[in-house]
Write a protein that binds this ligand. Structure first.
Ligand SMILES: [Ca+2]
Ligand SMILES: [Ca+2]
Length: 75
């Protein structure tokens, strides 16, 4: 019984992680409207909240957000 419970917990964790990861992808893709793998300032202007955080998120200052920089975005 305990083993079954452990197996279920593990399965739940794996599913949650997968769902979280895919939500992250969808979110980045949603902002990256031309799908070039970066969020430009132009793309960010359509979303007030992202625009407000843009300068902070753009760590290397190249005026585009990579997927890695976007990870710190707080919706
Ligand atoms: Ca883009
Ligand atoms: Ca950048």
């Amino acid at each position: 019984m305990k083993q079954l419970l452990a197996a279920f917990s593990l399965m739940f964790l794996v599913i949650s992680a997968t769902v979280l990861a895919s939500q992250m992808d969808v979110r980045f893709a949603k902002f990256d409207t031309n799908a070039d793998g970066e969020i430009s300032l132009t793309e960010a202007t359509k979303h007030d909240n992202l625009l407000k955080q843009f300068a902070d998120l753009d760590e290397n200052g190249d005026q585009v957000l990579s997927e890695q920089e976007f990870e710190k975005f707080k919706p």
